[in-house]
Design a protein around this ligand. Structure first.
Ligand code: NAP
Ligand code: MG
Length: 500
């Protein structure tokens, strides 16, 4: 099979032509109902293959396997060094399959294969290697204590950092492999066991990753993968009474339902949710880097990033110049199948998202915004939309307040920096923000005023490094992914106090 001009590797052809299974307790099998659902190529709408439609009872079997592996399996007794080695081995195995992973991401998600090869896959590999290093560095403290009612007594008090237990992980479709690794890496390094539910739209790379995890030597039941839908498999995982923590990435709305579902057994929850990230361009900015920077911030991954820069505030004297630069670049962008090596921007993920993004464009235009470029569907097959820049937007508009998750930028000029900062922070979200200026002191002052979990200065989308903690203020989430912060969130602290 060939799609565009990238030839699908024989290994991947055989992966796609055999029916996919779910992974429970180290074995690949069917769901109890044996029902399946199709996953599509969003560039064409064609079915790629069928995957199992996991239900509550399959989640239950997977949680039981994870519980058994946590309490009684060999995972508990492996040294931290052995855990780290398996993570490193998994990274090595992935590296050997870089091309398969890149093509699978492109076919299932629509993103350019060149981007998957250059970013998604190497970043995922790096994440596992970074977390492999942490496995041997999860430490407690010794604590000198003072006990007023035990004069003369001596104590030895210390803390242990222990794995949190059985973890449910629910991930979205925008970076299918990378989102799986952000979740799996720290959980495995910490010694947890896992039930992973990939997104219904993009289940394939997680299944290939599961095959390599078996090969890398993770004991049975440590990693279980159940494909299925959010309302069934996802909801069952979030509500399961024997799951100790749920880690979720996706929409803020579903994040709220996860919190409700988790309340039953008060499981720990971390959430990586939506964003509506602002970007500020000051008059002294180096426009030769700011214009392509803003452009990339908005249109990378077809705007389907939680950290996508979607609100642009440019000092009024340079507004027209910056906007003309953005429009110029947008006109040159090449849309097409991700498997075409020359494609710059792929389709949106699904018919649903296509309708949703087109609906937002229409609502913006109806409310008085003007598209200086784009504003329409592109082509008549697949889920493409034109890269779009809207001006004459105002704070009350839906396009300015709500997460669009598509290639749509709302740009406004500003005169007063205070007013621009106020607008930048005027959002229920607080995931990322960016500022372009040559004034270093000013840049750091602005960084401290922006209410966001990650602020970029003179750059954007430098987010995906495994060492940099990522997560949101306000309704963009709870907790952080990556960095040592992620390890902390997969461990419990146990205090031990001994009288000597
Ligand atoms: P979503 O519904 O939040 O889906 C994310 C994950 O949660 C998927 O695995 C989904 O399963 C699952 N899920 C859905 N309902 C659930 C429930 N009640 N209980 C447990 N799990 C559930 O996101 P979406 O529908 O794919 O996209 C909608 C919007 O979410 C986007 O337009 C965007 O605004 C936002 N989003 C944000 C991110 C991010 O990185 N922050 C990523 C993707 C989407 P299914 O596969 O069946 O949907
Ligand atoms: Mg798909």
């Amino acid at each position: 099979m060939s799609t565009g001009t990238t030839e699908i590797t024989p290994m991947l052809q055989s992966f796609l032509s055999s029916p996919r299974k779910i992974l429970i307790d180290g074995k690949w099998g069917n769901t109890l109902s044996e029902h399946t659902f199709p996953t599509f190529n969003p560039a064409t709408g064609d079915v790629l293959c069928q995957v199992p439609d996991g239900q509550k009872e399959d989640i239950d079997r997977a949680v039981k396997a994870a519980r058994h592996a946590f309490e009684q399996g060999p995972w508990r007794t492996l040294t931290p060094s052995e855990r780290g080695k398996r993570l490193w081995r998994l990274a090595d195995l992935m590296e050997q399959r870089t091309e398969e992973f890149a093509q699978l991401e492109s076919l299932d998600n629509g993103k350019p294969v060149t981007v998957a090869r250059g970013a998604d896959v190497p970043l995922a590999i790096d994440l596992f290697r970074y977390m492999a290093g942490w496995a041997t560095k999860i430490e407690g403290n010794t604590i000198p204590i003072s006990v007023p009612y035990a004069p003369g007594a001596q104590f030895h008090a210390y803390t242990l950092r222990e794995p949190i237990g059985v973890v449910g992980q629910i991930i979205p479709w925008n970076f299918p492999l990378l989102m799986a690794t952000w979740k799996l890496g720290p959980a495995l390094a910490a010694g947890c066991t896992i039930v992973l539910k990939p997104a219904e739209e993009t289940p394939l790379s997680a299944l290939l990753l599961g095959e390599l995890a078996c090969e890398a030597g993770f004991p049975d039941g440590v990693l279980n993968i159940v494909t299925g839908f959010g309302e069934t498999a996802g909801a069952a995982l979030a509500a399961h009474p024997d799951v100790d923590k749920i880690a979720f990435t996706g929409s803020t709305e579903v994040g709220r339902s996860i919190v409700h579902a988790a309340a039953g057994n008060l499981k720990k929850v971390t959430l990586e949710l939506g964003g509506k990230s602002p970007m500020l361009v000051l008059p002294d900015a180096d426009l030769a880097s700011a214009i392509p920077g803003v452009f990339n911030a908005t249109f990378f991954n077809t705007g389907q990033c939680c950290g996508t820069g979607t609100r642009l505030y440019v000092e009024s004297r340079i507004f027209d110049h910056v906007l003309a630069g953005l429009a110029d670049q947008a006109k040159q962008i090449k849309l097409g199948s991700g498997m075409e090596p020359t494609t710059d921007m792929g389709p949106l993920i699904s018919e649903n998202q296509h309708q949703r993004v087109l609906g937002y464009m229409e609502s913006g235009l109806k409310e008085g915004a003007q598209a200086i470029v784009g504003g329409h569907r592109y082509g008549d097959t697949g889920y493409f939309v034109e890269p779009t820049v809207l001006v004459n937007t105002a704070q009350h508009m839906k396009v300015v307040q709500e997460e669009i998750f598509g290639p749509v930028l709302c740009a406004e000029p500003f005169i007063d920096l205070e007013e621009a900062l106020e607008k930048a922070n005027n959002s229920m979200y607080g995931l990322t923000a960016a500022v372009w200026t040559k004034d270093v002191s000013q840049a750091h002052r602005i960084a401290s005023r922006l209410r966001a979990g990650l602020v970029w200065i003179n750059c954007h989308n430098i987010v995906l490094d495994a060492a940099l903690p990522f997560g949101g203020y306000k309704q963009s989430g709870w907790g952080r992914e990556m960095g040592h912060e992620a390890i902390d969130l997969y461990t419990e602290v146990k205090a031990v106090c001994a009288q000597l």
